[in-house]
Design a protein around this ligand. Structure first.
Ligand SMILES: [Zn+2]
Length: 422
């Protein structure tokens, strides 16, 4: 337990009496001093890393900061120091609100690549330094569910290579299931929204399974049903490079959109209740998909082109078409998709959410961090920091209902709509 200590400000130094330090140590905590600053974001960063806070006080408090009259005998106060101590208390109060909200809503991250690290011997039930997602981090971040994907880089498209890609996807999905089996008191796979709700009621975390790259299907349509039976809830039609299904947004326009086989794949996914994911597909592919899919379509981890012009991001025109079909843009927390120049921070990611909300409404946006892919930015580096998103949305005036939609309500709606096919 790390306990932050507010300090006294004297002679240009931040200091604290040993008695405070010793009291924290005696109680079993590890004390750290929080240097005096009224820089809000620095304070926030400090506060976000501690488990508790001991306000050392001292001297008088400037009561007008609490909208109280200043008593004539109150003279020994330090306005700067009072600000510095009051701010964390306000932040703690805001955090309480976040906690209460996370208890009653469903929080879902629609894209993470954590299975890529399974070969390094990680156990998702234990906190580790290699992955941005594990069960303890999800618990700390009050994050209910993540989509873990079987990611396949685009490779050769011979029959042998396609078979290998299929086998690899099957193997990764089995690894996800083994990780869950090993930690079945803490986490369960969900095949449906009902499973997610049941898991939350039992205080278990949820993993949904996805496949990143339809390359896994190869040229055999029967593989879609095979994956559906394994519990796959979405398939990203392509990755970087065209495949037998469609053109990628990093490809050579081989099919000029969705191929004939790709059309068959989308119809089959519709039939089997698998969501169609257009993150990574070319703009033309995405429009083709929107035209033929009977159900809403998602971009599981993409951001907005208007704010950051990147081929992986969604244009205004495409965003409107996705929303018109009641689909989703799940904002990605990879720095390169958020800001062209300079370091992207949490507020930049939330700007992308704002943009979708202002353009098409709050019903068509969500969160797909791409943790353990390349996702993670200052302010939200891993699953344990999920509450920072909620805090920033609250700060920007989003209602509880809106936040519930953004965090998972919208995705739940799409999963329910897609499921109806079955
Ligand atoms: Zn990706």
């Amino acid at each position: 337990m790390i306990i932050g200590l507010s300090v006294n400000h004297k002679d240009g130094t931040s200091r604290i009496a040993d008695a405070y330090v010793n009291a924290v140590v005696k109680a079993g905590g590890s004390p750290v001093l929080i240097p005096l600053t009224t820089n809000r974001s620095v304070l926030e960063e400090n506060i976000s890393h501690i488990d508790g806070l001991l306000l050392s006080g001292g001297g008088d408090i400037c009561t007008p900061l609490f909208n109280e009259e200043l008593h004539p005998t109150v003279t020994d106060y330090d306005l700067e120091r009072d600000h510095y101590e009051i701010e964390p208390v306000r932040m703690a109060a805001a955090y309480d609100k976040v906690k209460a909200l996370h208890k009653k809503i469903y929080t879902i991250d629609s894209h993470c690549d954590t299975p890529m690290f399974f070969s390094q011997g990680i156990d998702i039930g234990k906190k580790n330094n290699k992955t941005k997602v594990d069960i303890p981090k999800m618990q700390e971040g009050m994050l209910d569910a993540v989509f873990m994907v079987a990611y396949l880089p685009q490779g050769a498209r011979t029959a042998a290579a396609s078979q290998k890609a299929f086998d690899k996807a099957v193997s990764i999905i089995n690894q996800i299931k083994q990780q869950v089996e090993k930690n079945k008191d803490l986490v369960a796979i969900a095949n449906s929204v009902e499973d997610l709700k049941k898991n939350k009621a039992e205080s278990k975390k949820t993993i949904f399974i996805g496949i990143e790259n339809g390359y896994a299907i190869g040229k055999d349509i029967r593989n879609v049903e095979y994956f559906a039976r394994m519990g796959v809830k979405y398939i990203t039609l392509s990755h970087n490079g065209d495949n037998d299904i469609c053109d990628s947004n990093r490809g050579n326009k081989e099919h000029k959109g969705l191929s004939e086989f790709g059309r068959e794949v989308v119809r089959e996914m519709n039939r089997l209740g698998i969501m169609v994911d257009i993150s990574h597909t070319s703009e033309k592919t995405s429009f083709d998909v929107l035209e033929i899919s009977q159900y809403p379509v998602i971009a599981s981890h993409s951001s907005v082109k208007a704010l950051c012009n990147h081929p992986r991001n969604i244009s205004d025109k495409l965003m409107k078409a996705i929303a018109a079909k009641r689909g989703l843009i799940q904002i990605c927390f990879y720095k390169g998709f958020l800001k062209k120049d300079g370091q992207a921070k949490l507020k930049d990611a939330i700007d992308h959410i704002d943009y979708v909300v202002k353009s098409v409404g709050v019903d068509y946006v969500g969160i797909g961090t791409d943790f353990d892919g390349d996702g993670g930015i200052p302010g939200i580096q891993n699953a344990s920091e999920a509450p920072q998103i909620t805090l920033e949305l609250l700060r920007r005036g989003y209602s509880d209902e809106d936040i519930a939609k953004i965090w998972g309500g919208n995705l739940i709606r799409v999963m329910e709509a897609v499921k109806k096919a079955k």
